[in-house]
Design a protein around this ligand. Structure first.
Ligand SMILES: Cc1cc2nc3c(=O)[nH]c(=O)nc-3n(C[C@H](O)[C@H](O)[C@H](O)COP(=O)(O)OP(=O)(O)OC[C@H]3O[C@@H](n4cnc5c(N)ncnc54)[C@H](O)[C@@H]3O)c2cc1C
Length: 555
């Protein structure tokens, strides 16, 4: 009997792997990113180059690997120990702790509070930008810890006790009282089942129980529907007293060393943001210190929310940049129909559009960081007021479609979970939803403009500085002024208004501070040409090749 030759050779080589790009691994996410380096230097952060270079090497190396592991192995919740004692323990993969330790060691959570001054917020935003590319999930507790500082300062006696360890470059994940730790992390719990955006619908109650060295203390009873990073050492919590909605610092452990009854009910099973645990909690008579004035809880916690919104801008800008970079790198290593993908005119249009979006987002995010570095300048302070809601709305809103388009440029492997494009897509909606969803940001823009006319004046002054260089920009700004003068149905129209204002701010920032070619391309693409409904609709005059060359990873 004769057998078929192939049947005898069970280890026959079926094929050679051809035409697949090399993965973007073991690279420096700072030195390879010319756009990031440009904008950090442009806004006074050049002094942080060494810190950013060393963090960039880790983000392109061990932290990138840790990011994949921390997102593959979800946090796990254990309510009780083996003998039935309540422990409320969330356990993370070691990679999560490695990411937290690296970021805290680099000052992601504290740099401008530790060393305020020129460039501090810009450099710290650079660290966040890099870290997000390794893992956005850990960005949640890092951001909340960072953002808690301005709110905690409303209670100076408590701030004096807590801030030195909140801003320390030390990460201690142990489930032990805060008094035993050299470094502390902070979370926030505002959202309840019946109201997230509308926190005045909160039902959690707080009753006074005494005084701790001059700081009023309370006992809290109620629930919180979303409480992320529940292993944080303490949480800023909103609850009603007889005076009104107030803000409290609620620790995991009571000052006497006992466990505070802040009980985790379960963890959310989320589409994205997987490395980060988000929980439902109940406060069963939990101890808390009052922060700020009683009845002024929203005002107090807004100082924290302003900083988390700023971080959403930076985080989403990082995701845009990472997506564009992955798409450019991938298409540069793959051919179809006889030519490299990134050289084919239609793909070049898509890639340039993705890169343009990412650069415009980074430009306004770091412009705002630059303003945060100058709090004593009235113009800059006014810009922060309006720019935070404006930028948070626009950059975060642009992310999901951008992530999808990056994935499609990579093709089918972009949908597979071992490709970072898949994670970018799952994570993309998160920043738009939390810390004030899209509509809430638009309403906030209107509120700021109504209460602080100087904020709109500051933004208009930024636009005016860019006048006379691009006719399409000038026409756009003129129409914008008419739009805002018309108060008819302004709430109904606010998304359209905010979108136009955000595009004008991005264009002005590129014109005032950016490379002339990029600014011209942005104006042509977003203010004068293209349908704008899909990426890849840049008008013919745009030099797509130059934009892609600028955004490609320099390896
Ligand atoms: C991954 C994740 C983690 C989170 N972690 C935390 C946490 O740690 N702590 C915490 O407190 N919260 C947390 N949240 C909750 C988050 O902040 C809320 O989901 C958010 O504030 C929106 O509240 P909501 O879900 O109740 O939506 P709703 O308030 O019901 O809003 C639903 C929609 O209605 C819109 N809307 C609301 N008011 C108006 C209006 N007046 N006009 C027009 N439209 C309006 C909103 O923009 C939104 O699109 C987290 C959320 C997510 C997704």
């Amino acid at each position: 009997m004769t057998s078929h030759p192939a049947a005898d050779d069970c280890l026959a080589e079926t094929h050679e792997v051809l035409n697949q790009p090399t993965p973007l691994v073991e690279f420096n996410a700072w030195t390879s990113d010319a756009v990031l380096r440009y904008w950090i230097a442009r806004f006074g952060g050049a002094g942080g180059a060494a810190v950013l270079e060393s963090y960039g090497a880790r983000v392109g190396g061990d932290l990138q690997r840790a990011g994949f592991l921390a997102n593959r192995h979800k946090p796990e919740f254990t309510p009780h120990d083996r003998f039935g004692h309540r422990v409320d323990l969330v356990e993370y993969h070691p990679a999560y702790h490695a990411l937290m330790a690296a970021a805290i060691g680099a000052g992601h959570h504290a740099l401008p509070w530790r060393e305020p001054g020129p460039g501090a917020h810009v450099v710290r935003a650079g660290i966040e930008f890099l870290h997000t590319q390794a893992d956005p999930g850990t960005g949640c507790p890092l951001t909340m810890t960072f953002a808690s500082v301005p709110a905690l300062r409303h209670q100076p006696a408590l701030a004096a006790r807590w801030l030195p360890r909140i801003t320390a470059l030390a990460y201690d994940p142990r489930n032990v009282p805060h008094t035993d730790k050299a470094g502390l992390t902070i979370g926030m719990a505002m959202t309840e089942k019946q109201g997230g955006s509308d926190v005045r619908a909160n039902t959690t109650r707080a009753v006074p129980i005494g005084d701790d060295d001059g700081v009023p203390t309370f006992r809290l009873v109620g629930h919180k529907w979303f409480c992320s990073a529940p292993m944080c050492d303490a949480f800023l919590v909103l609850a009603y007293t007889d005076v009104g909605l107030s803000c409290f610092l609620v620790p995991r452990w009571r000052p006497d060393g006992g466990k505070n009854p802040l009980q985790i009910q379960r963890l959310k099973d989320k589409l994205g943001n997987v490395s980060n645990a988000s929980s439902e909690i109940e406060l069963r008579g939990a101890f808390g210190w009052l922060i700020g004035a009683e009845g002024r809880g929203v005002r107090t916690i807004l100082d924290m929310v302003a900083m988390t919104c700023f971080d959403c801008m930076v985080g989403s800008a990082a995701q845009l940049a990472q997506g564009a970079r992955e798409a450019i790198h991938h298409t540069g290593g793959r051919s179809a129909f006889g030519r490299r993908l990134h050289e084919q005119p239609l793909m070049l249009n898509v890639l340039a559009d993705l890169a343009l979006e990412a650069e415009a987002a980074l430009a306004i995010a770091l412009r705002l960081a630059h303003a945060l570095d100058r709090p004593d300048d009235d113009h800059e302070a006014a810009l922060v007021r309006l720019g935070t809601a404006l930028g948070k709305y626009w950059i975060c809103k642009r992310a999901p479609q951008h992530a999808y388009e990056c994935m499609e440029s990579i093709g089918a492997v972009g949908l597979i979970k071992d490709n970072v494009a898949a994670r970018l897509y799952a994570d993309a909606p998160v920043n738009a939803i939390w810390e004030g969803s899209g509509n809430v940001q638009c309403l906030d823009v209107l509120r700021v403009i109504a209460r602080h006319p100087e904020a709109l004046e500051a933004l208009m002054a930024e636009l005016a500085r860019a006048a006379g260089r691009a006719p399409a920009f000038d026409a756009w700004v003129a129409r914008l002024q008419d739009d805002f003068a018309d108060r008819e149905q302004i709430e109904y129209r606010s998304r359209a208004l905010v979108e136009r204002l955000a595009l004008a701010w991005q264009a002005a920032t590129l014109l005032n501070h950016g490379e002339a070619d990029i600014a011209a391309a942005f104006v042509a693409a977003r203010l004068a040409g293209g349908s704008g409904l899909m990426y890849g609709t840049l008008p013919p005059a745009v030099d797509c090749r130059a934009i892609v060359m600028r955004a490609r990873p320099v390896l």
